[in-house]
Write a protein that binds this ligand. Structure first.
Ligand code: NAP
Length: 495
């Protein structure tokens, strides 16, 4: 059964309702499959109109949706207002990209007379929609990575019908947004299969959806465990499908001594805020802070600890996520090589989670694989290093991460020293996004954005789940040889 739960009190409210049955999931996928050809054949302008209408409808329902989201997630009204704005911004942003012709880059090579290799037939390279996409909503962004979030927006922009699997952490909100989406699809004169919705509080619903033969791709934001399990299922189908899993990440942040000489206090403040933002429930939350073993580093760590101690993270999204946070912190508390810097076990046990910070030496961190695992929430490890080589070894030990932040790399055109260069090289090798200022929380929706990274941060490091390139996940390249004019004019999609 599904049930709305007040995130702040942990108490259920309203009536529970049943999850989607296998027959209902099959029916939703069948409708999406039936709609796929007609939707693929819509023009970019028609899909842009759909995305704009969805944005307008979400905007119009703001007063009803935001309080509902707040009660089910506890994320607070200002954050949720902003997140709704981000959601409508990205729906409209994909519409802009479609109108500018960005969905279907088109490469046309004329015939060259003569025998190959010098001669060739006319070749036209296009990209066509993949077909119905299974979309798993995330718990931590009830608007922007949920029912009408970036994955849905990018799949619809690409011309693929979507079957959304709602997240059980905000089931009431998901239903409302889905009802809005279905109404908009109908009002645009599109088949209802363009947007379908299934819901569940058990893993069977998602497994059934990914196994449905007509599903052509799946997009997921959530845990490493869930993402890897579903990626395996997607790969073991009789017809394996692409699985775009955005999983957890520990997002190392390296504070070079030069940065701390200039700006230690304000950097400590912004870092403490980033660790506690949204109660640490961000896939880009900084989990490992790398600081040199010197006086500037000592002062920075003491300041960061004081600033973290003063912050008060709000209730977490679900009892399950809170339980995982408490277990993660308990393991760190009992770890022989960690020195605890900020902890408030008693207050944390009695109410909302308290921030946690501990320190470890680089060698101990590198040697213990358990310390490389994400603790989802307001918690981080300070790793003390003695050299640039140690930072490189640490980044390589972490492996794949959504982001790596480097503070203090010289900004000009002159090459930095060899040690700094090595750190930059290692960061580019392990991360999907390398930041040279600021904090990793807050992911801009732009054309150049890349929100992905080497495994284990994602299952598909060549793709992004944020920004306009996200659409490429749902478009398959196709070469047309000596194609008729009408098919070239329609960019490879027959009417
Ligand atoms: P989750 O447990 O991975 O759940 C996400 C979705 O995947 C849900 O719809 C869930 O379905 C489904 N699912 C999970 N395991 C599955 C499996 N083995 N087979 C089929 N479906 C499965 O993530 P969550 O509930 O949002 O949070 C739990 C943890 O995920 C957090 O503690 C955090 O570590 C991580 N997380 C990461 C991000 C990120 O941005 N990368 C965001 C949120 C959470 P049901 O719930 O219906 O079973």
């Amino acid at each position: 059964m599904l049930q709305s739960i007040d995130a702040r009190t942990g108490q259920p409210y309203g009536e529970p309702w049943p999850e989607s049955t296998p027959a209902q999931i099959d029916a939703a996928v069948a409708q999406a499959a039936t709609a796929a050809d007609a939707f693929a054949a819509t023009s970019a302008a028609e899909r842009a109109a759909l995305l704009r209408a969805l944005a307008d409808a979400v905007q119009a329902a703001r007063a009803e949706l935001v309080p509902l989201a707040d009660r089910e997630t506890g994320l607070g009204l200002p954050r949720l207002e902003g997140e709704l704005d981000r959601t409508t911004f990205q729906l409209r942003g994909f519409a802009d990209v479609l109108e500018a012709g960005g969905a279907h880059p088109f490469l046309d090579e004329d015939t060259v007379a003569g025998a190959p290799p010098a001669g060739r037939p006319r070749m036209t390279r296009v990209r066509i929609p993949l077909g119905p996409v299974a979309m798993f909503s995330a718990s931590n962004f009830p608007f922007a990575f949920s029912v009408l979030g970036g994955d849905t927006a990018s799949a619809l922009a690409a011309g693929c019908p979507v079957v959304v699997k709602a997240h059980p952490a905000h089931p009431g909100l998901s239903r409302q947004v889905a009802a809005i989406a279905s109404k908009v699809v109908a009002a645009q004169g599109l088949p209802e299969g363009v947007f379908r919705f299934v819901e569940g509080g058990s893993i069977e619903v998602g497994v059934h959806l990914v196994q449905a033969p007509a599903i052509a791709a799946a997009a997921f934001t959530g845990s490493f465990k869930g993402g890897v399990a579903l990626a395996k299922i997607a790969g073991e189908r009789p017809r394996p499908i692409p699985f775009y899993g955005e999983l957890g990440s520990i997002n190392p942040l390296v504070a070079l001594p030069a940065a701390l000489e200039k700006d230690s206090a304000s950097l400590a403040q912004s870092l403490a805020g980033s660790i506690c933002l949204g109660s640490g429930q961000f896939c880009t939350s900084p989990g490992v802070i790398v600081v040199w073993k010197d006086a500037g580093g000592d002062a920075f760590v003491a300041d960061l600890a004081a600033k973290l101690q003063a912050l008060a993270p709000h209730a977490m999204l679900t009892g399950g996520i809170r339980g995982a946070f408490d277990r993660g912190i308990a393991a760190w508390r009992g770890h022989g090589q960690l020195t605890v810097l900020v902890d408030d076990a008693e207050a944390s046990a009695a109410g909302t989670p308290r921030p946690f910070l501990a320190e470890v030496q680089a060698g101990d961190f590198i040697a213990d694989h358990r310390l490389h695992e994400e603790v989802f929430g307001s918690a981080a490890l300070v790793v003390r290093v003695g050299s640039a080589d140690e930072v490189v070894a640490l980044l390589k030990a972490i492996g794949g991460t959504l982001t790596a932040t480097l503070w203090g790399v010289p900004a000009g055109v002159e090459l930095p020293d060899e040690g700094t260069l090595g750190i930059v090289r290692a960061a580019t090798q392990v991360a999907g996004r390398v930041l040279f200022s600021g904090v990793p929380t807050g992911v801009a929706v732009t054309a150049a954005q890349h929100h992905g990274g080497p495994y284990p941060s994602t299952t598909a490091p060549f793709t992004t789940s944020v920004g306009y390139a996200a659409m490429e996940r749902f478009l398959r390249p196709l070469a047309l040889q000596d194609a008729p004019g009408w098919l070239v004019a329609r960019e490879g999609v027959p009417v």
